[in-house]
Write a protein that binds this ligand. Structure first.
Ligand code: FES
Length: 133
């Protein structure tokens, strides 16, 4: 798994070549490496945008307005929230399971790192503008 993460950091996603390389290092087939990579949602098996916005849509966030935030992001970015990437390659929008910050609902993460709490349609629009610059 650390090799998958390194490969993803290097290439931006886990390529077939990287899986073969990892298989060679660990003495595994590419199919065995793919089985691990495809099980975990944090590994990308296709190219992603320069920024990945992951909006939690679990219970607490849903009750606090996550769907309004997601719909606003879909409209602002012109993409579907099921992992679609903008035409300019700047953003990938996806839905996330609980980010363990239910008291900050509705929340999202940018690039699987920075947590943004208590989001609203207005605050996500400001966030997108900040990320664009
Ligand atoms: S339900 Fe959204 S962070 Fe837990």
């Amino acid at each position: 798994m650390p090799l998958l993460r390194l490969a993803q950091e290097r290439d931006g996603w886990v390529t077939a070549e990287a899986m073969a390389e990892i298989g060679d290092i660990l003495g595994l087939s590419s199919a065995e490496v793919l089985a691990v990579a495809s099980f975990y949602s944090m590994y990308h098996l296709k190219p992603k945008g320069r920024h990945v916005i992951s909006v939690c849509h679990n219970l607490a966030c849903n009750l606090m307005g996550a769907e309004r935030v997601i719909e606003h992001l879909e409209d602002t970015l012109g993409v579907d929230s099921e992992g679609e990437t903008t035409a300019d390659g700047a953003f990938t929008l996806e839905r996330a399971e609980c980010l363990a910050a239910c008291d900050a609902a509705p929340c999202l993460q940018v690039d699987y790192d920075a947590l943004h709490a208590k989001m609203t349609p207005e605050s996500v629009e400001a966030l997108v503008e900040e990320l664009r610059t």
